[in-house]
Design a protein around this ligand. Structure first.
Ligand SMILES: Cc1cc2nc3c(=O)[nH]c(=O)nc-3n(C[C@H](O)[C@H](O)[C@H](O)COP(=O)(O)OP(=O)(O)OC[C@H]3O[C@@H](n4cnc5c(N)ncnc54)[C@H](O)[C@@H]3O)c2cc1C
Length: 507
């Protein structure tokens, strides 16, 4: 094992692979450390249609969550442990962030992360990652699109994701049958002629080390220490990046003290502001079998606002031409899910509830303590969006094109009608869209509510950046993967430009 590199990237996931590949392509000496295996030749990873079989598999950290006062405590958070991270086991929906969300980021103090500042990085992602449109082969999905248009949601082109009141075929990052994860697009065969970072797979980082001056000097791993001559770049994702910072003594002092860990840098925002897209599901039994045609069977979306004049959509809904996969009986809704079914899954596009990530113990092997605090926003907005979303799902299913497919509504079921009953159903059966973000929030260098500055430097620590979904200043309205890849591209750009001098990081 090499003991030293110019740059160490911790976490070979969605963004980490891109940071490491870009730095190596520019001639830097980079060590990329990934807890999981490579997955380079495993068809379970590469063939995108098999994504749901990875849930709970040996590639999945499969994190549990803390008991929820109002939401579903049984939610499991899938997180991939393999090169490419979650881009290697997600459902490959590929949408760039709406510009309105990036404008909000910039308004929150993430200077340079608005639509103009991120355009070049997004362009580089889409040049490297093949994205294709699913052909409209599935007749039930075609019927959904017709019903949505009939209900006032005409088809939109998601290459321009600033949509309101629209439906769409969802772009997918696939080429043929093969997913275009960050590993496939930036590291594996496509990238073979280019210089690669040194890969340390099946190697878990347990701590970031700081030298006497407080500068990040390297990492401790399951296979020994590795030194960084220039920087450590943390890309372990929205749960494990804050976990690693806290294990390294960088985080809220009271929490670290309670676990007997030394506080090297008191950063109260580490682990705060956890946001996620939370969804519920409406399910119809189909009158006849739905042919298994099309891509990954969740290839359509719908974007709706409920408040007149809202700047952007408030709810995104996926349409699935197959049954939904969670255990409703275990949640107290003992409806038998039919073999032939279609589903709509409204989610809260810009949730107002915020949760927290903490350590369970000072033991690096312990999974992070994840408390999303779903449906905890004081105004009840998140629950209201799902209630409106369920009503809208019913309205769409009642339009002739889709009604021709529907035998009966299975869930929430015809008896579930009042706002209160729909809200209770939505909360109790809710599931994650697997989009945690915000736990190492980016913001102004002077803000105690930020973990990293707009150059992704950890406030108060030299030589340490974070670049993954954890740095989102706030949630975006669509699926996260392309935006996380953009963060990887932009991080490499910032590092290579020498942005983020010690002075700007601690100013
Ligand atoms: C099941 C599922 C379906 C999804 N579907 C979509 C979709 O269709 N479209 C979309 O846009 N988004 C989707 N997402 C979300 C999207 O894929 C993620 O938001 C994004 O990939 C997260 O990227 P990341 O770089 O922040 O973290 P990750 O990709 O999770 O990368 C983190 C990496 O760090 C590694 N790591 C963690 N801790 C350590 C450690 N201590 N030492 C070494 N390595 C470590 C992990 O093994 C992992 O490889 C989905 C997610 C899931 C889980």
């Amino acid at each position: 094992m090499h003991q030293e590199h110019e740059y160490i990237v911790v976490g070979g996931g969605t963004s980490g692979v891109i940071v490491a590949a870009r730095l190596a392509e520019a001639g830097a000496d980079v060590g990329l450390i990934e807890a999981g295996p490579s997955g380079e030749h495993d068809p379970r990873i590469l063939e995108y249609r098999r994504w749901s079989a990875l849930l709970g598999s040996d590639y999945d950290y499969d994190y549990t969550i803390a008991p929820q006062a109002r939401g579903n405590s049984a939610i499991r958070h899938a997180r991939a442990r393999v090169l490419g991270g979650c881009s290697s086991h997600n459902s490959v929906i590929a949408i760039a962030s709406p510009a309105s969300d990036l404008r909000r980021w910039e308004a929150m103090g993430a200077s340079g992360w608005g639509p103009e500042g991120t355009a070049a990085a997004f362009r580089r992602v889409f040049e490297r990652v093949a994205v294709t449109m699913p052909p409209p082969l599935n007749p039930c999905a075609v019927a959904f699109m017709a019903a949505a248009a009939d209900a006032g949601f005409p088809p939109a082109d998601l290459r321009h994701p600033d949509v309101v009141d629209a439906s769409a075929w969802l772009p997918l990052n696939v080429s043929g049958e093969i997913r275009q994860s960050s590993a496939v697009a930036y590291l594996f065969p496509l990238a073979a002629p280019r210089p690669r970072p040194t890969l340390y797979t099946s190697t878990t980082v347990t701590r970031i080390t700081l030298d006497e001056s407080g500068r990040a000097s390297g990492v401790l791993t399951s296979h020994g220490p590795i030194r960084a001559r220039q920087e450590v770049i943390l890309c372990a994702g929205a749960f494990d990046s804050p976990k690693l910072l806290m294990l390294s003594g960088i985080g809220p002092a009271d929490h670290l003290r309670a676990l007997g860990l030394p506080t090297l840098v008191d950063l109260p925002a580490v682990g705060e502001h956890l946001q996620d897209h939370i969804e519920c599901v409406a399910i119809w039994e189909a009158q006849h079998p739905i042919p298994p045609l099309g891509s990954q069977r969740w290839e359509n979306g719908l974007f709706a606002r409920f408040e007149p004049g809202a700047e952007s959509f408030e709810m995104m809904m996926h349409f699935g031409s197959e049954p939904y996969y969670i255990d409703f009986a275990a949640l107290g809704y003992p409806a038998a899910i039919p073999e032939h079914a279609f589903c709509m899954t409204p989610n809260v596009a810009r949730p107002r509830s915020e949760g927290v990530v903490r350590l369970r113990s000072a033991d690096p092997a312990a999974p992070p303590l994840i408390d999303p605090r779903y449906f905890s926003d004081p105004g009840g907005y998140d629950e209201r969006v799902l209630v409106e979303g369920l009503r809208l799902a019913r309205a769409i299913a009642s339009r002739p094109a889709l009604a021709a497919w529907a035998a009966r509504e299975v869930l929430p079921g015809p008896d579930c009608q009042s706002d209160e009953a729909l809200g209770r159903y939505a909360r109790h059966t809710s599931n994650t869209v697997y989009h945690p973000a915000g736990t190492c929030r980016m913001g102004p260098a002077s803000s105690d509510d930020a973990v990293v500055t707009p150059t992704l430097c950890v406030r108060g620590v030299e030589g340490l950046r974070v670049a993954d979904a954890s740095v989102f200043p706030t949630m975006i309205g669509v699926n996260l993967c392309m935006t996380v890849m953009m963060i990887g591209e932009k991080c490499a750009e910032l590092v290579l430009a020498g942005a983020g001098s010690p002075a700007s990081a601690s100013a």
